[in-house]
Design a protein around this ligand. Sequence first.
Ligand SMILES: [Cu+2]
Length: 154
Amino acid sequence: MNLPLRRMIRVFVLVVALIFSGIVRFAPGAMAATNLAKQPAIDVNVALGNDGGALQFFPADLEFEPGRRYNLHLSNPSSQKHYFTAKDFADGIWSQKVDAGNVEIKGAIHELELRANTKADWVFVPLRSGTYSLRCTVPGHTEAGMVGTIKVLG
Ligand SMILES: [Cu+2]
């Protein structure tokens, strides 16, 4: 066999190997996402503040199980805006969508701002167990106690 042909075969084998290793690596993730998206969602309600102006999450401590699909119903019944900020938690979840008013946002979400008297539904599947902090990043609110804990049980 001449050298250029042998080299071409080697490159071809390498390309095929890369394609197959890619398939092996990506297919389970894609299949998992499809299956997770079809699971019935577990409803969880969290209020950001209340109509009395409390700077708190109700409830402040949340627990999720990895691999289950959740529909987190966020509401802000107060007369000021609040944030639902839990970036490390958000890094370890698969976000399917956020439904807010007439808009559905798909893909990774890290933080939600809810204006006064608004609602949003966040559909996700926690993937990584751990204990994460939750807070409202409106200036002064974290300091006033608008904080919480999100536990993803492992
Ligand atoms: Cu707040």
